[in-house]
Design a protein. Structure first.
Length: 122
């Protein structure tokens, strides 16, 4: 860090800090962090994006789309399922996955818009 991106003296707005701390205490940001952590893997992000493109895909479709084995795709899908990002249904011997709800699609769409606008500092 350079001197330009930090305060040069230690001083804070106590009212503002207390107000925001109070709001933080009422929100489940741990779950939000887990959602982003689950989508933070490139293959899982590809799976979620693929499910945005087509409402439902079987495990074999997903493994071919992301270029992995069925076992690897299944592993990623289990992670996404545990986090409530995807749901699945069985049809005979096939397992079909879809996004759990439209909020996931909105998060991905907003993130892609953010990246396309060049607002990331990687």
């Amino acid at each position: 860090m350079s001197k330009k991106d930090t305060c040069e003296i230690y001083c804070f707005d106590e009212d503002k800090v207390n107000r925001i701390r109070g709001v933080l205490g009422r929100e489940d940001l741990g779950s939000v962090a887990q959602l982003f952590k689950a989508l933070g893997d490139e293959n899982r992000a590809k799976i979620a994006y693929s499910l945005c493109q087509d409402g439902e895909l079987c495990v074999c479709d997903i493994s071919n789309i992301i270029g992995t084995s069925v076992a690897t795709a299944s592993h990623h899908l289990r992670t996404l399922h545990k986090q409530g990002i995807v749901k699945y249904r069985k049809e005979g011997k096939l397992a079909f996955y879809s996004l759990d709800d439209d909020h996931v699609k909105e998060v991905i769409t907003i993130a892609l818009t953010h990246v396309k606008e060049g607002n990331t500092h990687v």
